[in-house]
Design a protein around this ligand. Structure first.
Ligand code: PLP
Length: 424
């Protein structure tokens, strides 16, 4: 029976049998016991399902991955120790030295740095284009060695909204997948697979955990991108993996399972960016109320954005849920039930005014975080993006006066009163 998203938040992933614990058990064990070497050999040869070492797979983490997979409507999923680990594995599962990535220019600074600097050092080239690019401009960014396209549903902190259908269509016409970071929207507000995206990544450290408690990441495969139609582009998925007994992932696991099986068997084995079972358990607690929390984050953000528009000390406000916002129409299409709790705005007086304003806030704390139950704010130009000059900041969609204000779950009236006294 098809279930609603709220039921999946609470119930998916772990189904206890008779007499078993109601809450997801924390299997806090590095390793698993077997009575014969042969049994374990079958696991190593991928001939049997089971657990043998928690770097590769753990039952607690797998149950939570299954829940996120169900929420996104995917075919397979895995957890990682952080969102950056998820982004890295999702990309490295496809690209190697000599390949090329097309990415939206407004993606999260950490993901930008990974692609533009670290992957470049590993021999992977990239082209960054505006999320507002026309179809012709997206097409023009492709090269014969392009292996994937990358963007964020709602970009952090630029708050641009990706036209997922257009970007997916462009990617597919060049025979490559679209990978979407769905951290800010969460599957409560947008499910990118329904619009043609092929792989979704998350920093679960944000709304999914929701309480600023545990770092984590997730990768979900839609199971719809047929790697075997382009074996020349994706040899890692379509030809024998010498490091894993010559397995051909697309043949052994089928199209729905190949991508995550490879990321787990090969990349998790080699990079070891595994979440702890305890962290996966805490993430699961957060997920159980995601569908209840997201509407409140969005409600608070819309109230704050509307208030900011009326204050004469505010230079500009950006929130895609706000009528008149540049991304309002796209948000109505992709995020009709709400977008996220993060609002960007500029105070009159630029950088110094922004810093003075933030230091006077009493409820919102200054933090390098977003998207949890406590309201927080940040001035990217003087913190996370301080290595960029003013022109680079504008290109990244983060002008020097931008304040990123992440609405938590407090009362909107209190947040507005706090902003009002600080602006005075
Ligand atoms: N993707 C987005 C959109 C983010 O906002 C972040 C972190 O802020 C990341 C990925 C990286 O996640 P983490 O901090 O969990 O490594």
């Amino acid at each position: 029976m098809a279930q609603g998203i709220g039921t999946k938040c609470v119930q998916a992933g772990y189904v206890p049998g008779n007499g078993e614990p109601r809450q997801l058990p924390i299997i806090q064990s590095t390793t698993f016991k077997y009575t014969s070497g042969d049994e374990m050999a079958k696991l190593f040869d991928l001939e049997a399902d089971g657990y043998f070492y928690s770097r590769l797979a753990n039952p607690t983490s797998d149950a939570v991955a299954k829940k996120i997979c169900a929420l996104e409507g995917g075919s397979a999923a895995m957890l990682t120790g952080s969102g950056m680990a998820a982004v890295f594995l999702a990309l490295a599962n496809i690209v190697s030295a000599g390949d090329h990535i097309v990415a939206s220019s407004t993606i999260y600074g950490g993901s930008y740095n990974l692609i533009a600097v670290t992957l470049k050092r590993m021999g992977v080239e990239s082209s960054f284009i505006s999320p507002d690019s026309t179809r012709e401009e997206i097409d023009a960014a492709f090269r014969p060695n392009t292996k994937l396209v990358y963007g964020e549903t709602i970009a952090n902190p630029a708050l641009t909204v990706l036209d997922i259908e257009k970007w997916a269509d462009a990617a597919h016409s060049h025979g490559v997948p679209l990978i979407v970071d769905n951290t800010f929207a969460t599957p409560i507000n947008c499910r990118p697979f329904e619009w043609g995206a092929d792989i979704v990544v998350h920093s679960t450290s944000k709304y999914m955990d929701g309480h600023a408690s545990v770092l984590g990441g997730a990768i979900v495969d839609s199971g719809k991108f047929d790697w075997s139609l382009h074996p020349d582009k994706f040899p890692g998925l379509c030809t024998p993996d010498a490091s894993y007994h010559g397995v051909v992932y697309t043949e052994h696991f089928g199209i729905p399972g190949a991508y995550i099986a490879k990321a787990g068997a090969q990349l998790m084995r080699d990079f070891g960016c595994t979440p702890s079972p305890m962290n996966s358990f805490m993430l699961n607690l957060g997920l159980e109320s995601l569908h209840v929390r997201m509407p409140r984050h969005c409600e608070n953000a819309l109230a704050v954005a509307k208030y900011l528009q009326t204050n004469p000390n505010v230079a500009w406000v950006q929130y895609c849920g706000l009528p008149g916002d540049k991304y309002y129409d796209l948000a109505q299409k992709y995020l009709p039930n709400g977008s996220c709790g993060v609002v960007s705005f500029g105070v009159k007086g630029g950088r110094r005014a922004a810093e003075a304003f933030m230091s006077r806030l009493k409820i919102a704390n200054i933090e390098t975080h977003v998207a949890d139950s406590h309201t927080c704010c940040l001035h990217p130009a003087s913190t996370t993006h301080r290595q960029m000059n003013d022109d680079e900041l504008i290109a990244a969609g983060v002008p020097a006066d931008l304040i990123r204000y992440s609405c938590g779950l407090e009362d909107a009236a209190d947040l507005i009163a706090d902003i009002e006294q600080a602006l005075k």
